[in-house]
Design a protein around this ligand. Structure first.
Ligand code: MN
Length: 229
């Protein structure tokens, strides 16, 4: 009888361990959503299909052109060059990516958030004022700093953050992100430029603005506004 009890306890421990392993292996989403299908037409598994390893070559892990400045002639005066899994297929499932950000004097990378990645940024040229805002539970505190060449700053996953060129010259920064496909939600684009538009009365109350101001913003952001990443 004692042996049987011991067997039951051991079985319970194994079951508990097994279920914790299952939750450990539940992958973070690598796309904005993944609508389940129960037939063979489902195509996206963990971001992308995998290439047969015997056909993999060095070029699958390579890209170039990060020495070239992006075009900052746009409404916000900045440009983001993405190096993610769409540029380097070999990044699939590896959990990292890279960006180059160019800023005209006075230009900014407007408030945005990456739903799937922490960002670590290094300034290589110019002067940037950067910052992020913590969650509601943390009272929406702003952590902000002026950065010079060689300075590094971290934007934790999910936090709304921004960078502004406060110098007299162009500025350049590179940033690593903890996802092969970090995603970007630019706050103004998402809120005022959604398609279709969110009802102006809703945003007027949410942002405590006159409804005509909201209509103006929605017209501006839903027109051929140069989208930002
Ligand atoms: Mn960012």
């Amino acid at each position: 009888m004692e042996g049987f009890l011991r067997f039951l306890v051991a079985k319970a421990i194994l079951l508990a361990l097994a279920s914790s392993f299952v939750s450990c292996y539940d992958p973070s989403p690598l796309q904005d959503f993944c609508v389940a299908v129960d037939d063979a037409s489902g195509v996206f598994v963990n971001g992308k299909f995998c290439k047969d390893p015997k056909y993999v070559k060095a070029e699958d892990f390579f890209t170039s052109g990060l020495n070239i400045a992006g075009n900052t002639i746009n409404r916000v005066g900045s440009n983001v060059t993405n190096v993610n899994v769409d540029k380097i297929p070999g990044l699939n499932t590896l959990g990292v990516s890279l960006v180059r950000i160019d800023f005209a004097p006075g230009g900014q990378n407007p408030p945005h958030t990456h739903p799937r990645a922490t960002e670590i940024l290094v300034v290589v040229e110019g002067t940037l004022l950067v910052g992020f805002v913590t969650s509601n539970q943390d009272n929406n505190r702003l952590f902000s700093k002026v950065l010079y060449p060689g300075d590094v700053f971290v934007f934790p996953i999910g936090m709304i953050h921004f960078q502004v060129n406060v110098g007299r010259t162009n500025a350049v920064a590179f940033a690593g992100l903890g996802s092969q496909n970090p995603g970007t939600i630019t706050i103004a684009d998402a809120v005022f430029g959604s398609k279709p538009s969110i009802m102006p009365e809703i945003l007027a109350k949410a942002f405590q603005l006159d409804v005509n101001v909201v209509k103006y913003l929605e017209a501006r952001f839903s027109s051929n506004y140069d989208r930002h990443y």
